[in-house]
Design a protein around this ligand. Structure first.
Ligand SMILES: Nc1ncnc2c1ncn2[C@@H]1O[C@H](COP(=O)(O)OP(=O)(O)OP(=O)(O)O)[C@@H](O)[C@H]1O
Ligand SMILES: [Mg+2]
Length: 406
């Protein structure tokens, strides 16, 4: 990457669409622009209304553009959702150069070889996450570039997704006038900024609790080992509040953001607020502790589901580095303590430590920029100013997603 390079990310979420502009000066990332818009047209992380989504993407992009005075023409697009699956794969090639030195081209070929597997027609191979390379039988190699060998193997996971969902996502981005610079699997992106390499090596679970979905990603031996997305999130908490306080969803959401607390025992009886009630002209007063009484059980349920999912993914033993929470719902005060108790493991919050965005709902967006800088920048570094549109089908253009190391 060159000094002053600009990278733009798009996180298309259920409640919010975020466009983030990052600038690299040497190895330092600064967030120079952030734009967001309500994620209308998205349910549980999937697009259900193209026009509304296109409109929201435009709004988020224009918002970010105004902050920096640049025109955004392309962006790295985050992808997640319960349609994404990982399956093990293995590729092997002979090293091509006469001096047997392994180069980029050999790595590209071995990753391609690992992608040669049959998938049903409704699914699309969207990339590969390499776990380790093996050179002439020597394993646990993370970057074989420059090594000498005859036989190069890769072991990893093939990432597949629903063809329909992926096409609709890309169609919306394209119709919003943005060229897709590359798709980035959001758990990998979030892992790039939220997790240390030691955590990833020892074993850690990254949990992104958004509005409509909660993604659970297990990292082990330095790589993404398993991923699952549950259709539950902050929207359920808001619905519970609306029912519990007998008020409108918008009021419940506002009350949650302002007074919400994850733990009844730590919430205050002194902090009070009034809400208009459905079917009544009189506002009723509640305490923060009463609100926490509604929030805590739903979060307990979410953490129970997360714990069961981690076990279901095959990780029955204790997770050495514990859990790291991201996503908007992780902003609820007291959630760390509650999670520690419910998950019976160490828990910490992921907060992107970059200018202006100390908020765990930005972990994905900032992570995409970091990930793209590390892994794609050599191929596509232009994301602002006029960019010529490429031709070819959506699928043609996004070939090679994640074809790099974690
Ligand atoms: N400070 C806060 N306190 C409590 N909840 C919050 C706070 N900030 C955001 N949230 C909740 O977090 C959720 C939004 O999180 P996020 O922005 O990560 O989701 P998303 O990416 O739009 O959706 P998803 O990932 O589910 O598709 C909403 O339910 C919102 O109410
Ligand atoms: Mg999200």
């Amino acid at each position: 990457m060159n000094k002053g390079d600009i990278i733009v990310s798009l996180d298309i979420g259920t409640s919010k669409i975020r466009a983030i502009i990052g600038e690299y000066n040497g190895s330092t990332l600064s967030i120079v622009g952030v734009g967001s818009a309500d994620g209308e047209g998205i349910r549980k992380g999937s697009i259900v209304d193209i026009d509304k989504t296109v409109h929201s993407i435009r709004e988020a992009i224009e918002h970010a553009e105004r902050m920096v005075g640049l025109q955004i023409t392309s962006a790295y697009v985050g992808i997640s959702g319960n349609h994404i699956t990982l399956q093990p794969s293995h590729g092997v090639v002979a090293v091509s150069s006469p001096d047997r030195e392994i180069g980029n081209e050999d790595i590209e070929r071995v990753l391609q070889a690992a992608k040669v597997i049959a998938v049903p027609p409704e699914r699309e191979i969207i990339g590969i996450v390499p776990k380790q390379f093996i050179v002439d039988g020597l394993d646990e190699i993370h970057d074989p570039r420059g090594m000498i060998g005859v036989r190069l193997e890769v072991e990893g996971s093939i990432v597949t997704g629903s063809r329909t969902i992926v096409s609709n996502l890309l169609r919306c981005v394209e119709r919003a006038g943005i060229q897709n610079a590359g798709l980035v699997l959001m758990p990998l992106a979030a892992g790039a900024i939220a997790l240390s390499s030691d955590e990833k090596k020892l074993g850690v679970v990254l949990v992104d609790i958004g509005a409509g979905q909660t993604s659970v990603s297990v990292f082990e031996n330095g790589a993404l080992a398993a991923l699952s997305v549950l259709s539950i999130g902050g929207d359920h908490v808001t619905n519970d509040i609306a029912i519990g306080l007998r008020t409108q969803t918008e009021v419940a959401e506002a009350v949650k953001l302002r007074y919400g607390h994850a733990m009844v025992s730590a919430a205050s009886n002194e902090i009070t607020f009034k809400v208009p009630r459905i079917g009544s002209n009189v506002e009723k007063e509640f305490t923060q502790a009463e609100l926490a009484n509604i929030i805590e059980p739903r979060l307990q349920e979410i953490f129970l589901m997360i714990k069961q999912e981690v076990e279901h993914l095959g990780f029955v033993k204790e997770i050495p580095s514990g859990y790291v929470l991201a996503g908007g719902t992780a902003c609820l005060p007291g959630i760390e303590k509650l999670a520690e108790f419910e998950l019976d493991s160490p828990v910490r919050l992921a907060v992107p430590d970059h200018l202006g965005v100390r908020d765990s709902s930005f972990v994905n967006g900032v992570g995409i920029i970091q990930y793209a800088n590390r892994h794609y920048a050599r191929k596509n570094s232009v994301s602002v100013a006029p960019v010529q549109r490429k031709s070819g089908s959506f699928m043609e253009r996004v070939k090679g997603w994640f074809s790099e190391f974690v």
